[in-house]
Design a protein around this ligand. Structure first.
Ligand code: ADP
Ligand code: MG
Ligand code: ZN
Length: 661
């Protein structure tokens, strides 16, 4: 459907009201590109075998010399450039001795006894000129008794100089470049291009500059890793006691929860070298390269022990083997096998500790998780209220905050936000503050920033037709009123009919009263009722419905389907689980993609039941709105007037929540 006509009335009207079973984090909030190490590829902190920078200068010199040579060659062959008029003059004077005529140039020799005054050219010189369309030329050449001939210009000659010669030097150039970045002589593979070299970046402790103090809100994970730090700092003590230290620690958690940050903090705390490489960097086009990189990485690490090897996004290589087919898969399998070999190969107390991070533990190959490999797992969850407060405090360091900033209230309003989201929110707030030329970040800036992250940036220039605006107002008022009158729904936090983001024309945001990790059936049902409240309001007031509810319908259907297929809340299927999650276990909630795992017959029964659940929810929403018809008009007209309502304004309009539970 066309973007413009998709009139999606809200993209994610409850994005802020999520819990662990109903996390509404679609894939659009994927992992933000975390800051890479301060040592970029080829930066000054490269491991070993780095060529000095001078090879770059050598290449440059080489190119310049080549260019000069070409200039000389191309100039030398031709001679002094003269104009065609001058050529005709010389011709008339009878001093042109030879001429070679091609289709576009004339070159030749001029020879005269005496140089006339005003001509600084020598008595005898070679000339060249551009040939113009001159019918009399041949006649005049013959008359002047010139030894002339026509030359078919060899097209390959120009081609050779212009294209083929540089092409011949291209491989040479490539080798120079590869040498200058890949280190001399290649890795253990001995490849001249250094393909086999692991591209791990060595970041010594002073460079990671991250400590546990920079990681907030995951105290348990930090405590788990404390032990690793202890070991790296004074391994003898452990060895003396005969204690075996885990070889590998796997950091698990949804995107943006600080896995990469925590790994860097471990290195920073322990003050040991830190080899960091991303799983995807192992997987290359050429089979065998990844395995060579793994070998090389561990070789380097063992030489540098005690140290940390960190493989970020290990799922890129650690996916269960033998699921897909194709060359890329072969390569990945080889890499994974090599990794397993290396993991088994080094002694438990060799001083090398392997850290790895992933947000897809479900796809990892079982063999990786076997004891003796990644035998320790540290789980990072989306931060809770206290955690969010702490993360905000960490990231507020160095930012001037107005006295009215209340982190507790911000933290309460951002359930489901990851550390990265919060860091992003603070940064957005700083940008907003600077845009309005303020000297401090105010509480309002922060709230605005969060709204922007949840629902997209405001689109003040998107002008809606009056009828459309009216429809959006009723739609949102419908959501809000239904939420207000559904005892198990989260209370309304904010309503807005300012267009935002790509498709949202308005949104209603609800906030849970407190953190929630489970959802009851009644809560799920009320959530669907609220989602259908927008559509119900449109039908009730305007008689006709619109495309604006498409997103609501998708989400409500998702909930209903999950209730039946996954949560065992259906009647026709009972407790049978009849669908599999396609996505990561961290992407629960209505956005989750389910894959059918039952017979055709059951699937048909499920469809019927989902349909019945949705119909019942819609009927409930309609009933609530019919009873609240005047309030619906009131809220909608106030919205049209003010564009947005916060919790207090809304409550003042509709009265205290009847059955606040
Ligand atoms: P992950 O690797 O888990 O996807 P990152 O470690 O890359 O997440 O986190 C991205 C950014 O988010 C970090 O650089 C940091 O600024 C911020 N961040 C995430 N979690 C935390 C946390 N617990 N404490 C402080 N900052 C955090
Ligand atoms: Mg990461
Ligand atoms: Zn809606």
């Amino acid at each position: 459907m066309n973007e413009a006509e998709r009139h999606t009335s809200e993209a994610r009207d409850e994005s802020a009201s999520s819990s662990s079973t109903e996390r509404e984090k679609g894939p659009q909030r994927d992992e933000p590109a975390g800051p890479r190490g301060p040592a970029g590829r080829g930066g000054p902190e490269r491991p070993h075998g780095d060529r000095p920078r001078s090879s770059w200068t050598r290449v440059l010199l080489f190119v310049v010399v080549l260019w000069f040579l070409w200039m000389i060659v191309s100039q030398g062959a031709r001679g002094t450039e003269i104009t065609y008029a001058q050529f005709k003059g010389y011709l008339a004077a009878g001093v042109v001795k030879q001429a070679s005529v091609t289709s576009d140039r004339i070159t030749g020799l001029i020879e005269r006894e005496a140089v006339p005054a005003g001509d600084e050219r020598p008595a005898r010189f070679e000339f060249q000129t551009v040939r113009v369309d001159d019918k009399a030329l041949v006649e005049e050449l013959a008359k002047a008794n010139v030894d002339y001939r026509g030359v078919v210009e060899n097209p390959l000659g120009g081609l050779f100089l212009l294209w083929i010669l540089p092409l011949l030097f291209l491989p040479l150039l490539l080798i120079f470049l590869a040498r200058s970045r890949g280190g001399a002589g290649g890795g253990p593979m001995g490849s001249p291009f250094g393909f086999g070299r692991s591209r791990a970046r060595l970041v010594a402790d002073k460079h990671t500059g991250v400590t546990f103090a920079d990681v907030a809100g995951c105290e348990e994970a930090k405590a788990d890793l404390e032990e690793v730090v202890e070991f790296l700092k004074n391994s003898e003590r452990f060895v003396k006691l005969g204690a075996k230290i885990p070889k590998g620690v796997l950091l698990l958690g949804p995107p943006g929860t600080g896995k990469t940050l925590l790994a860097r903090a471990v290195a920073g705390e322990a003050g040991v070298p830190f080899f960091s490489i991303s799983g995807s960097e192992f997987v290359e086009m050429f089979v065998g390269v990844g395995a060579a990189r793994v070998r090389d990485l561990f070789e380097q690490a063992k030489k540098t022990a005690p140290c940390i090897v960190f493989i970020d996004e290990i799922d890129a290589i650690g996916r269960a083997r033998g699921v897909q087919i194709g060359a890329v898969n072969d390569e990945r399998e080889q890499t994974l096998n090599q990794l397993l070999v290396e993991l088994d190969g080094f002694e438990p107390n060799s001083g090398v500790i392997l850290l790895a991070a992933t947000n897809r533990p479900d796809v990892l190959d079982r063999a990786l998780l076997r004891p003796g490999r990644f035998d320790r797992q540290v789980v990072l969850d989306a931060p809770d209220f206290e955690g969010r407060k702490a993360i905000l405090a960490v990231h507020a360091k160095g930012k001037p905050l107005a006295p009215d900033v209340d982190f507790a209230s911000i933290a309460r309003g951002t359930p489901g936000f990851s550390g990265a989201d919060l860091a992003n929110a603070l940064n957005e707030a700083a940008l907003l503050a600077s845009r309005r030329r303020g000297s401090e970040i105010t509480h309002h800036d922060l709230e605005e920033a969060i709204e922007k992250i949840v629902a997209g940036p405001e689109r003040q220039t998107r002008r809606l037709k009056t009828t459309e605006r009216r429809r959006v107002a009723y739609h949102e008022a419908g959501h809000a009123l239904v939420a207000h009158h559904s005892p198990n729904a989260d209370p309304v936090h904010k309503i807005s009919i300012v267009p935002r983001g790509r498709a949202a024309l308005g949104y209603t945001m609800q906030l849970p009263v407190e953190e929630q990790y489970l959802m009851t059936r009644a809560e799920l049902e009320d959530r669907m009722v609220v989602l259908l409240g927008g559509r119900a309001a449109e039908q009730l007031v305007l008689g006709d419905v619109s495309t604006g509810a498409a997103d609501d319908l998708e989400r409500a259907t998702g909930i209903a389907r999950q209730m039946v297929c996954v949560f065992g809340m259906g009647t026709s299927t009972g407790l049978m689980r009849c669908a599999r999650d396609v996505d990561s276990q961290y992407l629960r909630g209505p956005g989750v993609r389910l894959e059918r795992d039952c017979s055709e017959e059951t699937a048909r029964a499920i469809d019927g039941e989902v349909r019945a659940i949705l119909d019942a929810s819609f009927a409930t929403a309609l009933r609530i709105l019919e009873a609240q018809r005047e309030k619906l008009e009131l809220v909608a007209s106030t919205l049209l007037d003010r564009e947005r309502l916060d919790r207090e304004e809304f409550d003042a309009l509709v009265g205290v929540r009847p059955s606040a539970s």
